[in-house]
Design a binder for this molecule. Structure first.
Ligand code: HEM
Length: 246
């Protein structure tokens, strides 16, 4: 357990850090740093909400074991109707999010080192994370895995939606690919939610308020913290009056 406080205290409405984080990322405001601007957060939550809804409508279609879930949406017929459209919405939002985040997700040598250290060292004590930028190797891998996952969902989902246009063998392969992608996605999502909430306090607010504390940044993403302090990442200068005007 770290002795650094990384969670947020109470905040007043019209908090300058929140106002800055609506438009700007990587800017220091008092004790906080803006991490995800509003567009980035909306994009993430659109992906998350459409995925969860597609999952909940898809599971009762998949197997009768989850049949009871259909009642949440008014029955299996409604699920069959909603599921493909939710899937299409999920893929479209994912494509938008891909282009928004891809520049920060390029794997580099420090990311390989991040994996190497976790594979070879026991516990967090001996690990040197000083070169971890805005995202660590694990987060980048997750980004690429979910992007690849969309490539599994879309063609297989389209084949299952319009089975009359393809041969039986293609149909079988589509079912396999869709189920395999879903199982990988579901398992990795459980880990993602755990790491973004309980495992690393102070992370969830980066996707709600848009900000993190300096202590959180120093602890989890030290190179990002240094770059932000040096002004190396700010794409625009935030003027005082822009902070005051909501
Ligand atoms: C439903 C519950 C979810 C929660 C609570 C959650 C939470 C978060 C948080 C707090 C971050 C920011 C991490 C940071 O700034 O360091 C994040 C990033 C991210 N989320 Fe989610 N998320 C959820 C669902 C999803 C889903 C369904 C997907 C994709 C299908 C997804 C994909 C990502 C990706 C690719 C990132 C950037 C890499 C990373 O930080 O791991 N998230 N999420």
């Amino acid at each position: 357990m770290s002795s650094v406080t990384t969670t947020h205290g109470p905040h007043l409405p019209g908090d300058p850090a929140v106002i800055v984080a609506r438009r700007y990322e990587d800017v220091v405001v008092g004790n906080e740093i803006s991490r995800h601007n509003l567009l980035s957060r909306l994009s993430h939550w659109a992906v998350a909400i459409t995925f969860v809804l597609a999952m909940l409508t898809g599971m009762p279609i998949w197997t009768p074991v989850f049949g009871w879930m259909a009642y949440l949406f008014g029955g299996l017929t409604v699920c069959r109707l909603l599921h493909p459209w939710l899937g299409v919405a999920f893929v479209l939002f994912s494509i938008e999010r891909f282009f928004q985040w891809v520049s920060d997700m390029q794997m580099a040598e420090p990311d390989v080192d991040w994996f190497r250290q976790r594979a070879t060292k026991k516990g967090r004590a001996g690990v040197d994370d000083s070169r971890v930028g805005k995202y660590n190797g694990g987060q980048k891998l997750y980004f690429w895995a979910v992007s690849l996952g969309c490539l599994g969902f879309l063609p297989s989902g389209l084949v299952m939606w319009f089975p009359e246009y393809v041969s039986p063998i293609v149909r079988q392969l589509a079912y396999l690919l869709h189920d395999f992608t879903f199982i990988c996605f579901g398992a990795s999502l459980v880990i993602h939610i755990f790491l973004s909430t309980a495992a690393e306090p102070g992370t969830f607010v980066s996707m709600s308020r848009g900000t993190v504390t300096r202590a959180w940044a120093r602890l989890h993403h030290p190179r990002w913290y240094q770059d932000v302090l040096a002004g190396a990442r700010s794409r625009e200068v935030v003027k005082d009056e822009q902070v005051r005007k909501p």
